[in-house]
Write a protein that binds this ligand. Structure first.
Ligand SMILES: [Zn+2]
Length: 75
């Protein structure tokens, strides 16, 4: 697989994913991702994106920042 932007090869790594919804921040750690060695662009496969959405939908939080470990949610 190559980078969508610069066409350089990407590496499989884990990264933190952050999303803000209505002023609340969801930080999901250890997300499997493909990171471009050249430009640093991070991309996720469709399955991972779906899991991220499921995690965010399932998390009930009343704090401004929720920190979730991806591995805990998909094991
Ligand atoms: Zn790139």
């Amino acid at each position: 697989m190559n980078c969508f932007f610069c066409k350089a090869p990407v590496e499989n790594k884990t990264a933190s994913f952050m999303k803000e919804i209505d002023g609340r921040y969801f930080i999901i750690k250890n997300v499997p991702s493909q990171i471009c060695a050249q430009c640093g662009e991070i991309s996720y496969d469709d399955e991972t994106i779906q899991k991220l959405q499921d995690i965010i939908d399932s998390v009930q939080t009343f704090t401004e920042v929720a920190i979730i470990n991806f591995c805990d949610k998909v094991a």
